[in-house]
Design a protein around this ligand. Structure first.
Ligand code: ZN
Length: 199
């Protein structure tokens, strides 16, 4: 098991578009499994390769309902419909949550870890996570979907992260600046299991 460092805003790779994966080889699968470990360790629901510094179209997801982590290569939102308001966070934007609009359902397609094509319709948290992670591959963060600054909520830092408070960017209140570690993401996941700690 290898844990990878999770990049945080304003790291430039979070704003880059990831490249299509040409072949699902051992190296890519190693990255995928390490991303699963990293996601699970951080208490996240999903992780995109950009977030660990790899510009490849690869995402991993594990909702509370998933026994097995999902690994998707070259994922695409094929269709989406409806609007619903959700609360969302991101491991790359620690210390914040936001209220944004996501689709009611999506039709999704990708390759799985065995290079098989998968297509399905998803709703609820899974749909939200798929939209969030595919956004990452296009350099989009959930912050980009905020309608106003008031919709961004600062989370009280976990006690373990208190010493990092001084590092907060002065005067930053409307974009997620550097903040505490990922500890509070994990805590929050426990507090609100079915609500949205998408990453
Ligand atoms: Zn994220």
């Amino acid at each position: 098991m290898s844990l990878l460092p999770i990049l945080e805003l304003p790291h430039p790779l979070l704003r880059k578009r990831a490249r299509k994966v040409r072949s699902v080889d051992k190296k890519l699968l190693k990255l995928a499994f390490d991303m699963v470990d990293t996601m699970d360790n951080a208490g996240g629901v999903g992780l995109a390769a950009n977030q660990v510094g790899e510009l490849q179209r690869l995402i991993v997801i594990r909702t509370p309902e998933d026994d097995e982590a999902r690994i998707y290569i070259n994922p695409e939102i094929l269709k989406r419909d409806g609007e619903r308001e959700v609360e969302e966070g991101c491991l790359s934007v620690p210390g914040y949550r936001g209220i944004i609009t996501r689709s009611v359902w999506v039709r999704f397609g990708a390759l799985d870890h065995e290079s098989h094509t998968v297509k399905f319709k998803a709703e609820d948290l899974l749909a939200q996570a798929l939209e969030h992670e595919v956004d990452h591959l296009d350099g989009i963060l959930y912050l980009d979907h905020l309608e106003s600054h008031e919709k961004l909520i600062k989370i009280e830092p976990a006690p373990e992260a208190e010493e990092l408070d001084e590092d907060e960017a002065p005067g930053e209140d409307n974009s997620a600046g550097p903040d505490n570690g990922s500890q509070d993401s994990a805590d929050q996941m426990k507090e609100t299991p079915a609500s949205m700690k998408v990453n």
